[in-house]
Design a protein around this ligand. Structure first.
Ligand code: NPW
Ligand code: K
Length: 499
């Protein structure tokens, strides 16, 4: 699904109005009705509703929502925040209609702000996507009151005070909703870590804006929906054999961290690789052969760390279909040498994770050796070591984009909505996963998944988008079955489903 900028959303709105065609006031009515459908499916008429609206079209939506909810039997008190002398035309139209049905409360100064009780639901329609400067004056007081109140808060389109596609200032006053119900497409601001308290749980509702316009509009930002992930998944042909699904090599482990290798290896096998070889320090040999009997094991000549040398004759790096390197490897000088040799010899895309990333950060000259379309999977701290500090989440996205483009690689920046940057400079945000995945070993599982997908012939962007989605989905399955708190990386790899 595409993510558009505020300016593009405004154009989308206008295009829909002209080409459907539909009168603006009827589009507002459709948006309000669709919001009400969402609302009534979750909250019964037993909850009193307090609506706060502004004077623009977000406020106009709020007034239309109030009228429709009233007609459906909800008790609703309407508060209009008079922060400016002017109202939008569609606001005025809905204002006239609503005034015939009920009395309206106008808030011009703080003592007009009503008390909010815990069993009420607040609908926030003060500012929407038209906000372009920090909120102050009476609107600021109202937002502060709502944030202090014990009630549940639902924001219409976007939390009032939050910018959809640019960074807020540290002192900005912004609604902290329980839910955001947004029109048609997500806003980029919803996906950024520092905004999470200004978004709550967010839902997209389809108000039938022009599909043609959305299809034609270029954007670097995408949000992976379940349907899109499913379309990436390839079905197996009846006459396939293990050679069809590639032979992967995982370079993993060091003394005390062989478990990382076990997790990556098991995830790789659970993700459909044809054959798997694992190279690990000698101390990991018995563990790997026992814990992952399906994999072949190539013991390193070094007892405790990976050096890349092995007494067992095996196929050279360049003959593997895909290679994953990093889980549990540490940063010993022998391992840095192994990485240098690997990067010099292997020309297909690699998956590079964990300490292999830290070795890259410490040996910057290695960056230029990384094969094009390799997948790097840093968490934010590892990414910062590879690049630089950022000022805010938007700055971070720009650094991410530039980095992926400069080295022609795919970068999977792990987090709540993992951001996958492509060599072309696009960013795909993931939609699956939950905080239960923030536990040791889940990154190793992801490396195993991505290596398996590359071995099966998925291109790097497809592998990253699909692999990250499936990893999160497995976490969601575990979360539903046994809760997020006790989730382990083993649970996650056992929950992987490829159908
Ligand atoms: N897109 C779509 O397809 C659809 C969109 N719809 C709805 O329209 C909403 C966008 O409406 P909107 O453009 O009228 O802006 P909104 O957020 O109500 O703000 C109102 C005005 O406030 C002003 N202002 C800005 N910052 C300010 C501040 N800090 N303090 C004080 N004033 C400030 C600024 O006006 P200015 O003063 O700059 O002239 C601004 O124009 C959108 O979120 C959605 O709910 C649906 O109805 C149908 C389909
Ligand atoms: K709002």
């Amino acid at each position: 699904m595409k993510i558009l900028s505020v300016e593009q959303i405004r154009q989308l709105d206008q295009y829909t109005i002209q080409h459907e065609p539909i009168a603006p006031i009827n589009l507002m009515e459709r948006a309000a009705q669709t919001f009400v459908d969402w609302f009534t499916a979750r909250f019964t008429t037993s909850y009193p509703v307090k609506l706060f609206c502004g004077l623009g079209n977000n406020g106009g939506d709020g007034l239309a929502i109030a009228r429709i909810l009233m007609q459906q039997g909800y008790t609703i008190e309407v508060n209009i925040v008079r922060y400016a002398p002017r109202e939008s035309d569609d606001f005025m139209h809905n204002h006239r209609r609503l005034k015939l049905l009920t009395t309206l409360n106008y808030i011009e100064q703080p003592n007009n702000i009503p008390a909010i009780r815990h069993n009420e639901i607040v609908i926030d329609a003060i500012f929407g996507s038209g906000l372009d400067r920090p909120v102050d004056g009476i609107a600021k007081s109202v937002i502060e009151t709502i944030n202090r109140a014990p009630a549940k808060v639902v924001s219409v389109d976007i939390a009032s005070g939050l910018y959809p596609d640019k960074p807020n200032g540290p002192d900005d006053v912004i609604i902290e909703p329980d839910y955001t119900v947004t029109f048609q497409l997500p806003k980029i601001g919803f996906l950024l870590p520092r905004n999470s308290r200004y978004v709550g749980q967010w839902h997209i509702i389809d108000i039938k804006l022009s599909k043609r316009f959305i299809d034609q509009t270029p954007t670097p930002y995408f949000y992976t929906t379940p349907e899109e992930a499913r379309l990436l998944l390839r079905q197996r042909e009846r006459f396939s054999h293990k050679g069809t699904f590639g032979h992967a090599l995982l370079l993993v482990g060091s003394y005390g961290k062989i478990g990382a290798g076990v997790l990556a290896a098991r995830a790789c096998l659970r993700s459909g690789v044809g054959l798997l070889t694992v190279q690990a320090p000698r101390c990991g040999y018995a563990v790997l052969q026992t814990a992952v009997p399906e994999a072949m094991c190539r013991p390193d000549t070094h007892q405790y760390v990976l050096s890349g040398q092995s007494e067992i004759e095996g196929i050279p790096y360049e003959e593997f279909t895909a290679i994953g390197v990093g889980p549990g490897i540490g940063k010993a000088p022998e391992t840095a040498n192994m990485l240098r040799t690997l990067l010099s010899q292997y020309r297909n895309p690699l998956v590079i994770d964990a300490d292999a990333l830290n070795l890259l950060a410490e040996n910057r000259d290695l960056m230029s050796l990384i094969p094009e379309h390799s997948i790097l999977t840093p968490h934010p701290k590892e990414f910062e070591r590879l690049t630089q500090k950022w000022e805010n989440d938007y700055d971070k996205l720009e650094i991410l984009c530039d980095f992926a483009r400069r080295y022609r690689i795919v970068v999977v920046l792990k987090g709540a909505h993992t951001a996958i940057a492509t060599p072309e400079g696009d960013i795909h945000f993931n939609s699956s996963g939950n905080p239960g995945l923030s536990t040791g070993g889940t990154g190793d599982v992801l490396t195993g998944i991505l290596t398996a997908l590359l071995a099966q012939g998925y291109d790097s962007v497809e592998a990253a988008v699909l692999g990250v989605y499936q990893h999160g989905l497995a976490g969601d399955l575990v979360g539903r079955q046994r809760g997020q708190i006790g989730m382990t990386a083993t649970d996650v790899l056992d929950a992987l489903r490829w159908s």
